[in-house]
Design a protein around this ligand. Structure first.
Ligand SMILES: [Mg+2]
Length: 235
């Protein structure tokens, strides 16, 4: 019996006082597709930097993402790019697709304890996105790719740095993420783990889950509605 079959209860999160959220496709849903704009900016950046056609630049961008966890990490290693310049240009996007989410704001506010954003993006990007969603004020702190010395999740060292810096008791923590691989370390550290999946895809995910059963013990819960999930575990 996998935990995906269970509705979370308050019991499952009663011990949690440290709430850790990924940003992109977690605090706002996948279908908003904000990342498409960032993705385009990154392709343009690689194209300009290396004098490549869009298509070739895009291939290299994705290669660096797969090899190094972020395009930025690959660009720093192989081309010595200035990370600040890259982050600024990559995140020069239109945030108007994000609108205030009062239900989510209420749900986050109601969580007992500290709340963090832990992102492979930048602090200005996290602030802009969370602000557009109307949830920024409910977070205690943001840990970004700069604080992580540009070493992205799922690197163990980055979780260690985050938890040490913010003095997080990992066995009292819960982590919310849309990328399954980013939940492996949190689970090993003793956190409750929640996977965010795109809306209306839960059935697909359940099928996938059943087929791959046994390989995903690091994911405790799966949801396609963060506000609803948070309400279920606090009321
Ligand atoms: Mg994400």
């Amino acid at each position: 019996m996998t935990k995906i079959d269970r509705t979370p209860t308050k019991n499952d999160f009663e011990h949690v006082t440290e709430w850790v959220f990924d940003l992109d496709n977690t605090l706002y849903p996948h279908h908003v597709n904000l990342f498409a704009q960032i993705d385009k900016n990154m392709t343009a950046y690689v194209s300009a930097l290396l004098q490549m056609e869009q298509e070739e630049a895009r291939k290299l961008q994705k290669q660096y993402y797969y090899d190094h966890g972020t395009t930025l990490q690959g660009l720093m290693i192989h081309h010595g790019v200035d990370p600040n310049d890259f982050l600024e240009k990559a995140h020069a996007i239109d945030y108007s697709a994000l609108t205030p989410q009062p239900d989510l704001a209420e749900a986050i506010k109601a969580l007992p304890g500290r709340k963090f954003i832990f992102t492979n993006g930048s602090v200005p990007h996290a602030q802009a996105a969370a602000s557009a969603l109307g949830i920024l004020d409910h977070f205690d702190d943001i840990f970004d790719i700069v604080a992580a010395d540009y070493l992205p999740k799922p690197a163990q060292a980055t979780y260690d740095k985050f938890t040490a810096l913010k003095k997080i008791e990992t066995n009292k923590a819960a982590m919310f993420e849309d990328l399954p691989r980013n939940l492996t370390v949190p689970k090993a550290l003793g956190m409750q783990t929640v996977l965010l999946v795109p809306r209306n895809l839960e059935e697909t995910v359940v099928e996938w889950w059943e087929k791959t059963s046994g390989e995903d013990d690091h994911i405790d819960f799966v949801t396609d509605d963060l506000a609803d999930f948070l309400k279920k575990i606090t009321t």
